[in-house]
Design a binder for this molecule. Structure first.
Ligand SMILES: O=C(O)CCC(=O)C(=O)O
Ligand SMILES: [Fe+2]
Length: 349
């Protein structure tokens, strides 16, 4: 673990215990909070997810997505308190809820995301949306996984060396999720249903204070182009006419990052921008650290504060592979309205 990240590992306390914000004083520019659910809290949360599954049928149901913030009031209060502290924490890298129920009869890991949205794995999608509702509102992309709001991350045969999350043999380079879009998530939720040994997720953050000031100044200017990654169908558009954006914004002590290692470019005829981007990439490479998600972990990555990726691994394609459910969460749904066909639709583009 790099020195600039404080790690907080907290256990569920009695539901009535007020948390009063961060558990202990902290010093680093970023932190990782892991909240471990008690068995009773995990049971209660899972029972709520199952009752939602019975009532709404699909986690993509617009009625469920609209009701989720109210339904989430019935999650254990210890979880709601921890999520609220995480929501208000502008330095957190990720907030992990550990100890969630995974039933032993979980179906085999599907071969491809198309096959993953089944009734059997339904309660997990519902639970992920309920937790997400403590931080904001979920959105999906019309150009990704058929517009599903809860998507699936699993290794796919034929994509081992690709640049998308279905890869395995190849490292998934660090990125701001959907960095190309103004509608990108504020948090990316990953619910690990099945792990396979240690397959680390990677995280990294920027530290503007240790970059030269002229570099930071250039990074904050609209001199960079970010193309969509191939997890989005071509419909999103990748032409050279894409708008120029800044890679860094916000105050120095709480910087907001927007960059994808594989899909961000500075104009060749703008050497200052090229140099600034190289400096940021070098810093993000150097600051990278690993977090291993185990079965039952729900991890909300703060998509403003950190970039994330995944280490390479060898997939078995035997039904026992690592399997995550994923959701994109925005803290201001209205911000994405331009891209959504109606106010009740959660699908951008
Ligand atoms: O597999 C992981 O740990 C991260 C995958 C990822 O970046 C994503 O699904 O957006
Ligand atoms: Fe990602």
């Amino acid at each position: 673990m790099v020195s600039h990240v404080d790690v907080f590992d907290q256990r569920d306390t009695e539901d009535s215990t007020p948390s009063g914000g961060p558990p202990v004083p902290w010093s680093g520019p970023g932190r990782l909070v892991r909240h471990r659910l008690s068995a009773a809290a995990a049971d209660k949360a899972f029972a709520l997810a199952k009752s939602c599954a019975a009532a709404y049928g699909s986690a993509h149901d617009e009625g469920f997505l609209a009701d989720a913030p109210v339904l989430a009031h019935d999650l254990p209060s210890s979880v709601r308190r921890a999520a609220n502290a995480a929501r208000l924490d502008d330095r957190k890298h990720a907030f992990i809820l550990s100890g969630n129920t995974i039933e032993p009869w979980l179906e085999p890991t599907p071969a491809f995301w198309h096959e993953a949205d089944t009734e059997a794995s339904g309660p997990y999608g519902f639970l992920l949306v309920l937790y997400a509702a403590l931080l904001g509102d979920p959105i999906g992309w019309g150009t990704q996984q058929d517009g599903r709001v809860v998507t699936d991350v699993l290794p796919a045969r034929g994509l081992e060396h690709s640049l998308v999350s279905a890869s395995s043999e190849r490292e998934l380079g660090w990125h701001t999720e959907d960095a190309f879009s103004e509608s990108r998530a504020d948090h990316v939720g990953l619910f690990c249903l099945r792990d396979r040994g240690d397959i680390p997720t990677t995280l990294s953050c920027a530290d503007p204070a240790s970059l030269p000031r002229d570099i930071v100044r250039v990074l904050a200017q609209k001199r960079f182009v970010i193309h969509p990654d191939p997890s989005h169908s071509a419909a999103v558009g990748t032409g050279p006419d894409r708008e120029r954006v800044a890679l860094l914004s916000g105050p120095g002590e709480a910087p907001v990052l927007r960059i994808d290692r594989d899909f961000t470019v500075a104009d060749e005829d703008d050497p200052e921008a090229v140099r600034a981007m190289e400096a940021l990439i070098a810093q993000l490479d150097a600051n990278m650290y690993e977090v291993v998600l185990g079965a039952g972990d729900v991890c909300f990555i703060d998509n403003r504060n950190v970039v994330h990726g995944r280490r390479p691994f060898r997939a078995g394609f035997d039904g026992k592979d690592r399997w995550l459910k994923r959701v994109n969460v925005v803290t201001d749904l209205r911000r994405t309205r331009d891209g959504r066909p109606s106010s009740s639709s959660r699908v951008v583009g």
